[in-house]
Design a protein around this ligand. Structure first.
Ligand code: SP5
Ligand code: ZN
Length: 356
């Protein structure tokens, strides 16, 4: 990869994105080291800087941009939950160093009764968080908010004429629905960017999601809308992979959004050729959109610890070429956890996007 390939591409980032330290994840009842670590940002930033990208700070945006896709109660919860947890003595007195839910108000539990807001902080967390892997600590909110600002700043750049802008978002976002977070994600940066592009005058926006996991949150947010198309290629949840319950090929959208959703689940072990065929199929379906949001997870890469897909750096470059040919692109960082290869995977994708 030569320096010129990504020279001058706007890369939007915020120092605050380093402040989220989930300090692991509770998986199957056991607290273990997590892979969504601050060093991900450091690795990507070093690689894009070395490749000549134009690194710039995220600009603050008003809450309205978040509330355009998220329930105000989710945003309020994320903003205040750490302070409530601390004030409740969960960390200092009870040794619970991070916010972790334990009771979940599933449809089966409520059995038709209305949702309530539990009085206990520890009871209330499960109303907004659907798994045990997505922990909240002292700097989490500042990072969550900064990641959304990075996505919005990149969307602003594309709305004002840039062909390509990349938001180095951390934490990632595509697993977050309008009102529920999980999958190492807290606010849906890509959905926030897509809605921002709509507000800036793009009549039709396409979200193309190449993270190894299905972006169930983005799908849910736009499922009944015809103006924001969503397409994803990901490891088949039916083969036993997160998010398990969503991301199947027969999910096509609903009501006015019928046929504005496309899922292409792939078998574990899938490599470049079949993965790129699927990316090409998504691109054919997305054609005609006024702007593209790319949910850029690089966890489909062969060395990644969180997925069994086997895509190469050159595969990511070729995916970038296919997607970049569709129109102006806001690329939003999602997953990708192999620290040694992460930076080059992002640079390769950006080079493909720019060279298209
Ligand atoms: C944004 C993103 O890529 N989220 C991925 C969330 C999927 N996490 C699934 C985690 C499954 C348990 N991880 C096992 C690691 C073994 N320590
Ligand atoms: Zn992922």
């Amino acid at each position: 990869m030569t320096t010129q390939d990504v020279a001058g591409i706007p890369v939007v980032r915020s120092e605050d994105c380093l402040r989220h330290e989930p300090d692991g994840e509770v998986w199957l009842g056991v607290w273990e080291p997590g892979t969504e670590v601050p060093e991900r940002v450091t690795a990507i930033l070093a690689a894009v800087t070395a490749a000549g990208a134009a690194v710039m700070p995220a600009r603050p945006h008003p809450d309205e941009a978040l509330l355009a896709v998220h329930d105000p109660e989710l945003v309020g919860h994320l903003r205040t939950i750490w302070a409530e947890w601390e004030a409740g003595g969960y960390a200092a007195e009870h040794g619970r160093q991070r916010v972790v839910p334990y009771v979940f108000p599933t449809a089966g539990l409520l059995a038709g009764l209305p949702m309530r807001s539990p009085a206990a902080t520890h009871g209330r967390v499960g109303r907004f968080c659907y798994d045990t892997m997505t922990l909240v600590g002292p700097g989490s909110w500042e990072a969550i908010r900064a990641a959304a600002d990075a996505a919005l700043t990149a969307a602003d750049l594309v709305a004002s004429g840039e062909r390509l802008a990349y938001a180095l978002c951390r934490p990632p976002g595509h697993h977050v629905t309008a009102s529920s977070y999980g999958g190492s994600c807290y606010l849906n940066n890509a959905a926030i960017a897509a809605q921002n592009l709509r507000g800036a005058g793009a009549d039709r926006v396409a979200v193309v999601d190449i993270d190894a996991h299905h972006g169930n949150g983005t799908q849910a947010i736009f499922y009944d809308r015809p103006d924001v198309w969503y397409g994803s290629v990901h490891v088949d949840p039916g083969a036993g992979w997160f998010p398990h319950y969503v991301g199947y090929a027969d999910e096509h959208g609903a009501g006015p959004g019928q046929d504005a959703n496309r899922n292409l689940p792939l078998a574990p072990g899938t490599g470049d050729d079949a993965w790129l065929d699927a990316v090409g199929e998504l691109c054919a379906a997305a054609r005609g959109a006024d702007a593209i949001v790319l949910s850029l997870g690089v966890d489909a890469a062969v060395a990644d610890p969180e997925s069994p897909l086997r895509v190469s750096a050159d595969g990511y470059r070729r995916a970038g070429e296919l997607i970049g040919a569709l129109g102006p692109v806001v690329a939003v960082q999602e997953g990708g956890y192999d620290l040694p290869s992460l930076g080059q995977l992002v640079v390769s994708t950006l080079a493909g996007l720019a060279g298209a």
